[in-house]
Ligand binder design. Structure first.
Ligand SMILES: [Zn+2]
Length: 557
C-alpha cells in the first residue's frame, strides 16, 4: 500500500528531460515508483495531465528570524517552495550573545524591511551559537525543508561587538571568526554568506558589519570552507568587489561561489553581461562560479516622506536632513526642482531612477481617479512637467500620496538573456525580507507563467531544471530537486496554462499586527513536502505534523 499516488501527470523531472505522461507513487516520504502505477494508496490524486515537478528550491531567502515564529515560512510554502536556503547576504541571527540581541535586530530592521517592534515581539532567542540555532530549528520543525548559511555579519558582531560596524578585524579576531564558521559547517550549515554591497545598511545608516571586512578577512573565512571541504560561498557584491578576486577565492578554497545580485539597469545596460562573461571565463578555467539573477522586475513603493528613489541624487542632498515645513518648503523651491530635473536628464553610470516617468505610478491618492495611472500620463494631461506634477500632487496631499517605481530588471529582452545564460542561477526572491517594499516569494510561479508561457523565453523543462535540479546540485542538496525513484517526495502539481503569482496585497499578520506584502499562488493544485501535502488549491492545508526537515548533510562533490 502506497501513501500517495499521483496518476496521469505530465512529469517534469527537474533535470531538463522532455515532459512525459506518467504517475508517481510515494511511500515513507520518498518516491518509490514512476510510470504506470498499479496498487492501492492511502491518498490518490488524478492529475488529468496537469504538470508535476519537484518542489521549488528557493536559494535566496531571509527567513532566519521569521521561522522562529512562523514555521510555515509564509507565503513561500503555498507558492510551491519546498526547500528554502536562509541566511543569505550574511544577515543571520546566529551566533548571538544575549547582550547583542538588540544590536543584531537593529542591523536587520533596515535591510529586512521589518520593524524593530516585530523582531522584538517575534524572535525566539533559544540559542547562542550556530549549532544551537540549527538544533532549535530542527526541534521546532517547519512546513518546508530548510538549509541555513552561517552569516558573516552575525559572526563578526559575535566576535567584535559594536566594533564590527567600525573597523577591520585583527588577526586574532579573524581566527575566532574562522573557527565559528568551521564549527557551523561541521554542524550542518550549507555554507558561508556575506555582503560588500553599499545598499546594505543597519539602523541609522551604519554599514552592515561584513562591509568593514578587509580582503584578508574574506580570504580567511572563505578558506574555512576549503579546510572543511564543504559548503557554498555566497556574496552580494558591491561595485568595488571584482569578479577576479572572487575567482581567486574560488580557486583557493575549491568551493562554489554564488555572486549576487545581478540586476539589469537600463542606464548601464552592459554591466551585468560583463559580469556574466567574466563568470563564464572563470568556469572555463575550472572554477565554479554562478551569477544570481532575478526573474522579477525590481519595483518599489514609496511616498515623498521617504523617497528612497531620489535620495541618492546629488541634487536631493539639500533636502535630505530637512523635516516638516522646512522639507516641504525645499520641495517647492524652483532652483531645487531645476537642479533635480537637470541631474535626472544627465546620463549616469549607475542610478536607480533615470526619468522613466511612464514607469512611476500613483498607487494611493486622496483623489482615487489618479490611482493606477502613470505620472507621465497624468502630467501630460495636466500640461505639466512630470517632476513638477509629482511634487505638487504630493505637497497637496501632505506627502501621503503612495507611488510605485519600476527601477531595475525592467528591460524584458535583457532579463530574458540573463535567465538563459549558462552561468546564471535564478535567485534573489529575498523572501522574508524587504517585507513592506516588495514580495517576490512567488518568483518560481512567475518564471513558469511569465517567462515560459507568456514570453516563451525558456522551455518548461529548462525552467524546472533552473528551479530544482540546478540549485540542488550546486548546494549539494541530496536526493531533492529531481523526480526519480529514491528521491524525497517534494512535489508541486500545477496547471501550466494558468500558473502565476497573484497580485501583491498588504496584510497585517506580523507579530504585533504589523503589515507586510504578500502574494497568493495561481494555478497551483498541490504542494507536498517529504510526501505530506502542505498546500492545495486554496492555499495551506492543515497537517498532523510539520513535514519539513532541517537539512544538515550536503553532498561533497
Ligand atoms: Zn538578500
Amino acid at each position: 500500500m502506497f501513501d500517495l499516488v499521483i496518476r496521469d501527470a505530465t512529469l517534469l523531472d527537474g533535470l531538463g528531460s522532455p515532459p512525459r505522461r506518467a504517475g508517481v507513487a510515494v511511500k515513507d516520504g520518498r518516491i518509490v515508483e514512476i510510470g504506470k502505477i498499479l496498487g492501492s494508496s492511502k491518498e490518490t490524486v488524478i492529475a488529468d495531465g496537469l504538470a508535476l515537478m519537484p518542489g521549488i528550491i528557493d536559494n535566496h531567502t531571509h527567513y532566519d528570524a521569521q521561522l522562529t515564529w512562523d514555521p510555515w515560512a509564509s507565503p513561500s510554502s503555498a507558492l510551491g517552495v519546498t526547500t528554502a536556503v536562509i541566511g543569505n547576504c550574511g544577515f543571520t541571527i546566529a551566533p548571538c550573545r544575549a547582550r547583542d540581541r538588540e544590536l543584531v535586530m537593529k542591523n536587520l530592521t533596515q535591510v529586512e524591511g521589518m520593524s524593530l517592534a516585530v523582531l522584538r515581539a517575534g524572535v525566539r532567542w533559544d540559542f547562542e551559537t550556530v549549532p544551537q540555532y540549527l538544533d532549535m530549528l530542527e526541534r521546532q520543525g517547519s512546513a518546508l525543508n530548510v538549509a541555513a548559511f552561517a552569516g558573516h555579519s552575525a559572526v563578526r558582531t559575535y566576535v567584535m561587538g559594536e566594533a564590527a560596524t567600525e573597523r577591520t578585524a585583527t588577526a586574532a579576531e579573524i581566527a575566532s571568526m574562522k573557527k565559528i564558521i568551521v564549527d557551523a559547517v561541521h554542524a550542518g550549515a550549507v555554507g558561508f554568506s556575506t555582503s560588500t554591497s553599499p545598499a546594505h545598511n543597519g539602523e541609522g545608516g551604519k554599514p552592515m558589519p561584513s562591509r568593514l571586512a578587509g580582503e584578508d578577512e574574506m580570504r580567511a573565512l572563505v578558506c574555512a570552507l576549503g579546510d572543511v571541504g564543504r559548503g557554498v560561498f555566497m556574496l552580494t557584491k558591491g561595485g568595488h568587489t571584482s569578479i577576479s578576486f572572487l575567482e581567486e577565492l574560488a580557486a583557493e578554497s575549491q568551493r562554489p561561489v554564488v555572486i549576487a545580485a545581478l540586476l539589469h539597469s537600463s542606464t548601464n545596460p552592459d554591466a551585468v553581461f560583463h559580469d556574466l562573461q567574466k563568470i563564464q571565463e572563470a568556469n572555463e578555467r575550472g572554477r565554479k562560479l554562478v551569477g544570481a539573477v532575478s526573474c522579477c522586475p525590481l519595483a518599489m513603493e514609496f511616498t515623498l516622506h521617504s523617497p528612497y528613489v531620489f535620495e541618492g541624487l546629488q541634487a536631493w542632498q539639500p533636502a535630505l536632513a530637512l523635516k516638516g515645513d522646512a522639507f516641504k518648503k525645499k520641495l517647492r523651491e524652483k532652483e531645487f526642482r531645476n537642479a533635480l530635473r537637470a541631474e535626472i536628464a544627465k546620463p549616469a553610470h549607475f542610478r536607480l531612477f533615470n526619468g522613466e516617468w511612464q514607469q512611476v505610478h500613483v498607487v494611493q491618492s486622496a483623489r482615487p481617479e489618479l490611482e493606477q495611472r502613470s505620472v507621465a500620463e497624468l502630467a501630460s494631461a495636466a500640461h505639466k512637467d512630470p517632476l513638477e506634477w509629482m511634487l505638487d500632487t504630493a505637497l497637496e496631499e501632505n506627502l501621503d500620496t503612495l507611488f510605485s517605481a519600476l527601477l531595475l530588471n525592467s528591460d524584458e529582452a535583457a532579463v530574458g538573456r540573463m535567465l538563459k545564460h549558462p552561468c546564471s542561477l535564478v535567485s534573489l526572491s529575498d523572501a522574508g525580507a524587504h517585507l513592506t517594499f516588495f514580495n517576490d516569494a512567488g518568483f518560481g510561479l512567475h518564471l513558469l507563467g511569465h517567462w515560459v508561457r507568456s514570453e516563451g523565453v525558456l522551455t518548461l523543462a529548462d525552467a524546472v531544471w533552473r528551479l530544482c535540479g540546478q540549485p540542488a546540485q550546486l548546494f549539494g542538496i541530496k536526493d531533492r530537486g529531481a523526480l526519480k525513484v529514491g528521491s524525497h517526495a517534494d512535489l508541486l502539481l500545477f496547471d501550466p496554462a494558468t500558473v502565476d503569482r497573484g497580485p501583491k496585497r498588504r496584510v497585517f499578520d506580523l507579530p504585533g499586527g504589523h503589515p507586510r506584502l504578500t502574494t497568493a499562488p495561481v494555478g497551483v493544485y498541490g504542494v507536498w513536502v517529504n510526501g505530506t501535502r502542505i498546500a492545495g488549491r486554496d492555499g495551506p492545508v492543515e497537517v498532523r505534523a510539520l513535514p519539513g526537515r532541517l537539512l544538515r548533510k550536503f553532498d561533497v562533490d
